[in-house]
Structure formats: C-alpha cells, structure tokens
Design a protein around this ligand. Structure first.
Ligand SMILES: Nc1ncnc2c1ncn2[C@@H]1O[C@H](COP(=O)(O)OP(=O)(O)OP(=O)(O)O)[C@@H](O)[C@H]1O
Ligand SMILES: [Mg+2]
Length: 419
C-alpha cells in the first residue's frame, strides 16, 4: 500500500494531451527545484484537438497514467495540476486604473497590496459570454502615475495606479470536462493551467523571457503559443492543428493505415530536405495483402514539409496579428512531440526568419531520463508552475467552488504567476 503524499510537498502534473496522457510526480524542495520522483505515460484515446470528447476513455487513461507515475514514485496522490488547451481558449490584454488609496490627509498615497488587488480586479472587468470563464489573470506591468514598467508596485508613492494584465479565458464546458474526468479517476483538480504556460516553464530560460521569445508547443492535436517579453507574458493562443494532421497526410499519400503512417513518421519522417541525406530509401509495409513498396525519404519530406509549413505559418500569422513579433530578441523555442522531428528547426527558421532552438524540459529531468524529451514539456512544466504558485499562498480552490479561475483572491499569487 503506497503512502498518500503530504499535499504540501508533493506535486502531480497531469498533461491531458490529444495523443498521450502524461503524469509526473515531484517532491518540492526547500529553496530549490522540485525533484522528480516518477512519471507515467499512456496513449490518449478520448481527446480531439486538445479537448475531451470521450469522458470515459479519458478518465480511465488518466487513472492509468497516474497509477504508473505513483508506482514509479512510490507515493500516491489524490490531486493534480492539470493542463488545459483547445481552440476554445482565448486571450486578451486589458488595463485597469484606480486611484491609490490615501493615508490620512497626505496629497499622495502609497500603493498597498489592497490597491494591487483592486487594480487587477478593475483590469479583469471584461465582457464575457455566459459560457466562458477567466482561466488566468497574469499581470504584465504596473504603472504608478506615469512611471511605466513597474513589476513590484507595493510601497510606491503615487495617486494613480494602472495594471496591464493578460487575461486567458476558456469555455466552461471544456474545463469542466477535464475536472469531471479527473474526478472519475479519483483525483481532485488543484488547479487548471493553460498548457503553453506550463510548457514555457518546462523549457524556457529566464534570459529568453527577458529578451523576448516565442514558445511553440507542437503537439498531436494542437499547436500552442506563448510569447514573453521583458519577463512577462504578452500573448497566448492555441491553434487546432498538430502532428496528427501530418500522420493523416502520410496515411493518405502512401495509402497506408494511420498506425503504420505514425510509425513511418516517427522512424523516418523529416520536415526539411536539409535534414536528410540524398538517396535515402525506406520500405513501406503493404496493406491488404499488397506488396511492400520502396520509396525515397525525400518523398516523405514532400508530404510532411507543406503541412508543417502550413501550421507554422498559422502560428506566425497569429503572432503578426497580435503585434508581438517585433519584440522577439531570443527567437523561437520549439517543443512538444512534433519538435522531435528532424528538420523542424530548419523549417521554422525559414518561416519565422529568426533563430529557432528545440526545447526539452531537461532542467528538471536529467538528459538520460525519458521525461527529458520535448513531448513532456507540459507535464514537467506543470511541476515548475505549481511549485512557483505554491510558494505563494492560497493556490487551492476556494471552498465550495469548483472553478479554478476564481482563485485570484491573493495578490501574491498573481505576482508569482509571472514575476
Ligand atoms: N520523433 C518524432 N518525430 C515526429 N513526430 C513525433 C515524434 N515524436 C512525437 N511526434 C509527434 O508528436 C505528436 C505528439 O506530441 P505531444 O505528445 O506533444 O502531443 P499531445 O500533448 O498529446 O497533444 P496536444 O498537446 O496537441 O493535445 C504526435 O503527432 C507524434 O506523432
Ligand atoms: Mg501537448
């Protein structure tokens, strides 16, 4: 019988992806990085384009992945930090303004944590349809009177306090389905985290966030984006296309079943001709009694390349529209399972015309552990994200509320989310 973990010290990150469900269990360390104790990963059967379409399958896949993680970690968990993605996710930048509360009769006031709470509340006041809720409110910067770019306004003198925040919203139904699946798997959701934010914590460096960086998580069903500049989040988006589309193209192009197309992609696929040698040949297994056929690897690149280009161009267009491309000093960091394909960095460099590196979560996972692969960026990133938030108080769901987006009661938590 495994011992149930002390919830203060143990974190379980659960990446509910379109192609795999990965659970990572880690122990928090005083003043250091959390230590990974174990992980579990199983194929995902109940999601499409990042959202749950089959509760039963997803609940049982979650249960299995967490069980594997518990077995390898030697501890049991009853709550998780779960990732959320899908095309229903939207983000918007907003500004709130309030007068700084004055002390007695002095002409200027001093910004208190209550002022920060009030100004973020004011910035949160956006029109939301009934079926959507706020998932994250991430402070970007504060402005005291006309002084911009302030990260820690508490204690500053002034009369007017402004806050620029990045607000992420999602469909209530999609978020609730994740919570329901976890519940059926015997797990409470401690918090829901937008997947690209978690992946960013898994693979980005502090310098990259300061200089300006685009994080691209190329998954199976979605491609997730997060843009950072001056250390804070500038834009987030989820595009409903990923590696599964490449697999389908291969299956159609080579008239082979999807399973075999996926295998061919993983073993021989490449996104750019520069990543392969000339005159490389591979054998495609025959279907329905047909003979196996020989084909050049370059032909496979001709099938994969255009689809990758299309998806990356969508990501670039999204960034152009958000006007964040001008502030990218550190280039693009590509992660997620798709980033493991040879030639991805080359093709991304051509489309974004900036340096591209492949990001894997190996700061927490040593290189030789399976979890150091790009596809585990979200699961490992959730651990870091959770640890950061748990360092500040009150990250748990308020009593009686089944909605993580409403956990914005404490200033410290907002600030720790990003600064
Ligand atoms: N070595 C590889 N070469 C090419 N593609 C790969 C490789 N490894 C994984 N992939 C592809 O990466 C995709 C899965 O990536 P990942 O595990 O990050 O997705 P996911 O998190 O399950 O899905 P999503 O985030 O879209 O919901 C699949 O399409 C898979 O074929
Ligand atoms: Mg993913």
């Amino acid at each position: 019988m495994k011992k149930l973990a002390s919830q203060q010290q143990i974190i379980c990150g659960l990446d509910i992806g379109t192609t795999k469900i990965a659970a990572v269990i880690a122990e928090r360390a005083d003043g250091g990085e959390p230590q990974i104790l174990g992980m579990g990963c199983v194929p995902s059967r109940g999601l499409r384009r990042g959202v749950v379409v089959n509760l039963e399958h997803t609940a049982s896949d979650i249960e299995e992945a967490v069980q594997f993680a518990e077995d390898s970690a030697g501890v049991a968990v009853d709550r998780v930090w779960a990732g959320l993605a899908g095309e229903h996710v939207r983000s918007v930048n907003s500004r709130g303004v309030i007068p700084v509360s004055k002390i007695r009769s002095e002409p200027t006031g001093e910004v208190t944590d209550i002022d920060v709470e009030r100004v973020v509340e004011a910035a949160k006041a956006i029109a939301l349809p009934m079926d959507r809720r706020i998932l994250h409110v991430l402070p970007q910067e504060f402005i005291v009177d006309s002084e911009c770019g302030i990260r820690a306004p508490i204690g500053m003198a002034g009369v007017r306090l402004e806050a620029d925040v990045h607000i992420v919203t999602c469909a209530i139904s999609s978020a609730q389905n994740i919570i329901t699946c976890c519940k059926r798997a015997g797990l409470a959701v401690q918090n829901l985290v937008l997947e690209p934010l978690a992946s960013a914590d898994g693979v980005l460096t502090w310098d990259e966030r300061e200089l300006g960086v685009v994080l691209l998580d190329f998954g199976g069903g979605t491609t997730d984006l997060a843009v950072f500049h001056n250390g804070t989040i500038r834009h987030t988006a989820v595009i409903g296309y990923g590696g599964d589309y490449i697999t389908r193209d291969i299956a159609m192009g080579l008239r082979t079943p999807v399973d075999s197309a996926e295998k061919i992609k993983i073993e021989h696929g490449a996104a750019h001709h520069r990543a392969i040698a000339q005159n490389e040949y591979l054998t495609i297994p025959g279907v329905g009694g047909r003979e196996p056929q020989e084909m050049s690897r370059s032909m496979l690149v001709s099938i994969i390349g255009p689809r990758v280009e299309e998806i990356l161009t969508m990501a670039r267009d999204e960034l152009k529209q958000s006007r964040t491309l001008d502030h990218i000093g550190a280039g693009v960091v590509l992660t997620g399972g798709g980033a493991s394909m040879p030639g991805m960095a080359e093709i991304a460099e051509e489309i974004f015309t900036m340096p591209v590196r492949i990001g894997a979560p190996n700061a927490l996972m040593p290189d030789n552990m399976p979890g150091a692969r790009p596809k585990y960026a979200t699961a490992v990133g959730l651990i870091r994200y959770a640890d950061k938030l748990m360092q500040s108080e009150n990250s748990a769901l308020p009593d009686g509320l089944n909605w993580p987006g409403r956990t914005t009661g404490k200033v410290k938590k907002w600030l720790s989310e990003i600064f």
